[in-house]
Write a protein that binds this ligand. Structure first.
Ligand code: AMP
Ligand code: ZN
Length: 122
């Protein structure tokens, strides 16, 4: 399993395993630092998750540990939105902390679009 030698790879992290190809995913786009794949439980016509390949627990840890990787995640999110025909109208969400709904503790940016959104969010 060559992927276990990747920097930051943690064998018990779902999204590390997905990035390594050990968990199936519908990948829509990728860069050398980030991977974008469809959420298994979509909350909008477009619901894609963008993750850094390296393991960081949340957006703040990524911003602190590797700011350029965070920028890559956001740029890839915009590229996915463009490819999905969202024409600049989409919602980006980082749930941070269990109390805010984070369930997978590997940074992931939700890219949601294709329907109207309300504010404040639920
Ligand atoms: P969060 O609640 O912000 O931590 O988001 C985790 C997201 O990961 C949820 O929207 C899940 O539907 C999604 N998810 C969990 N397992 C997988 C998987 N194997 N492939 C794609 N998306 C997943
Ligand atoms: Zn991970």
């Amino acid at each position: 399993m060559s992927s276990s030698s990747d920097p930051g790879h943690t064998g018990d992290c779902l999204f590390c395993r997905l990035v390594a190809g050990d968990v199936p995913a519908e990948v829509v786009e990728a860069t050398d630092r980030s991977v974008a794949f469809r959420d298994v439980n979509p909350q909008a016509p477009t619901h894609v998750l963008v993750v850094p390949r390296a393991h960081h627990a949340n957006a703040v840890e990524l911003a602190t540990g590797d700011p350029e990787a965070l920028a890559d995640v956001v740029r890839l999110a915009d590229s996915v939105a463009e490819a999905e025909g969202l024409a600049g109208d989409y919602r980006l969400v980082f749930n941070t902390g269990a109390g805010a709904g984070q369930t997978v503790f590997h940074t992931h940016l939700h890219v949601l679009g294709g329907r109207p959104f309300t504010w404040p969010p639920g």
